[in-house]
Write a protein that binds this ligand. Structure first.
Ligand code: FES
Ligand SMILES: [Fe+2]
Length: 428
């Protein structure tokens, strides 16, 4: 190939990185996944700047409920204020920096720092400190917990940005809003809940391998063939060479594998969920009641999207994943079953399938994890230095809405992710 970086190197000392030297339209340099200095830049320009998915409103249903979440490697407390608003607080005591919240979740009108006992209201305001005479004439209003600069939700999905200024959540989500609408449309109440707890999967791999893999339609037929065989699933058809499913780039780093063309060909409600209408009669009648039979049938044929909302919210039909980078080569995926508010029959099955596929004995994430970790080791080797992401470039096209699409197995999604990544890291 043409000229590129001449030798394997770290960009650690390189303040003025030429990102075009590392990111090409059909190739990316391996250092992007291994260099700690690049990871630091990503924390600054992506994780601490853009909108990041934090949690779902249903996780804190009542005033004073809280749950520990994160923005990149940083822990944050997501709580419900007295008036029902969602509050995000940094878990760092303004005294000497200890953490003020040590439980994963609960209900609390105040948080007490374990070190010297300073207490804070649920909205982060300073409530009191032991032996207060020692703080005579100190302005307590400056000693509250830090609040995350911007918080906004869409359809119950809570996002945050640590930067006070920048595009609105609406602008950031763009076309991904339609996908979130489609997720919620599968609920007879129009609402989803994330209420059954999270499994955490840690892998020794860079977070970008995980993001790219979520809408990589090339691998499922190989990496997941054993689980598909054991479960008698028809998923392989969806990702085969003859599949009419589409890999789509939605802009702003968001990508999806649109499986609807295959599901519409089948024309069977709930085929997306590997079942039939006859097996979920209560859910089907709830859907018919909510939307009318025709619309309900369309929704139940199309199913829940398979979408990666950049940089960390992945909705995979029946599950919701949040991706958390911890280090250049360490990433956690937090996963939970999607639940439709007021639809117990399908919810039970959603939980069972989630446990079966991504639970401790499930194959699905374990299969992917072996790939992530193998790839991470591979990019640490010296030759070749580049990864080829050019699959399907020649057959990329615009769909009727003007989005770039490729065949299901094409790397249209990966290339879109890298174009967006470059725009973020180049914005100094
Ligand atoms: S560090 Fe929190 S009270 Fe001292
Ligand atoms: Fe996979």
């Amino acid at each position: 190939m043409q000229s590129h970086v001449s030798a394997r190197r770290s960009v650690s000392a390189d303040k003025g990185i030429d990102w075009g030297d590392l990111i090409r339209e059909d190739r990316v340099h391996g250092a992007l996944y291994t260099d700690p200095a690049i990871f630091e830049i990503e924390l600054e320009r992506i994780w601490r700047r853009t909108w990041v998915y934090v949690g779902h409103e249903s996780e804190v249903p009542k005033p004073f409920d809280y749950v520990m979440k994160s923005i990149g490697p940083e822990p944050v407390i997501m709580s419900r204020g007295r008036d029902g608003e969602i509050i995000l607080l940094h878990n760092r005591c303004p005294h000497r920096g200890n953490h003020v919240c040590v439980s994963q979740k609960g209900t609390a009108r105040s948080f007490t720092c374990p070190y010297h006992g300073w207490t804070f209201n649920a909205d982060g305001g300073m409530r009191g400190m032991p032996f207060p005479a020692g703080y005579d004439k100190v302005d307590r209003s400056t000693l509250g917990l830090g609040r995350v600069a911007r918080v906004a939700s869409y359809k119950g999905f809570v996002f945050a940005s640590l930067a006070a200024a920048g595009p609105s959540l609406d602008e950031h989500l763009g076309a991904a809003k339609d996908a979130l609408d489609a997720v919620c449309a599968n609920s007879p109440s129009g609402e989803v809940e994330l209420t059954c707890g999270f499994l955490k999967h840690k892998v020794k791999a860079n977070w970008k391998f995980v993001v790219e893999n979520e809408t990589d339609g090339y691998h499922p037929g190989f990496v997941h063939s054993s689980i598909f065989q054991v479960s008698g699933s028809r998923i392989t058809e969806l990702y085969g060479d003859a599949s009419q499913s589409l890999a789509r780039y939605l802009g702003n780093g968001h990508t999806e594998i649109d499986l609807r063309p295959e599901f519409r060909k089948r024309g069977e409600p709930l085929s997306w969920f590997g079942t039939t209408a006859a097996r979920l009669p209560q859910y089907v009648s709830q859907m018919n009641e909510a939307y009318g039979e025709e619309k309900a049938r369309e929704i139940m044929i199309d199913g829940v999207p398979h979408i990666m909302i950049y940089p960390n919210l992945f909705i995979a039909e029946i599950q919701v994943f949040s991706i958390q980078p911890l280090a250049v080569d360490e990433t956690v995926q937090h996963v939970t079953a999607l639940q439709f508010k007021g639809a117990p029959e399908i919810n039970r099955r959603l939980r069972q399938q989630t446990m079966g596929s991504v639970g401790p004995a499930g194959f699905l994430l374990a299969d992917d994890a072996v790939m992530y970790e193998g790839t991470q080791i591979g990019v640490g080797l010296s030759n070749p230095e580049w990864l080829f992401i050019g699959r399907g470039r020649h057959r990329e096209r615009l769909d009727e809405q003007g989005f770039l699409v490729g065949n299901a197995t094409d790397e249209t999604t990966t290339r879109g992710i890298w174009r967006h990544y470059r725009s973020l890291v180049e914005a100094a």
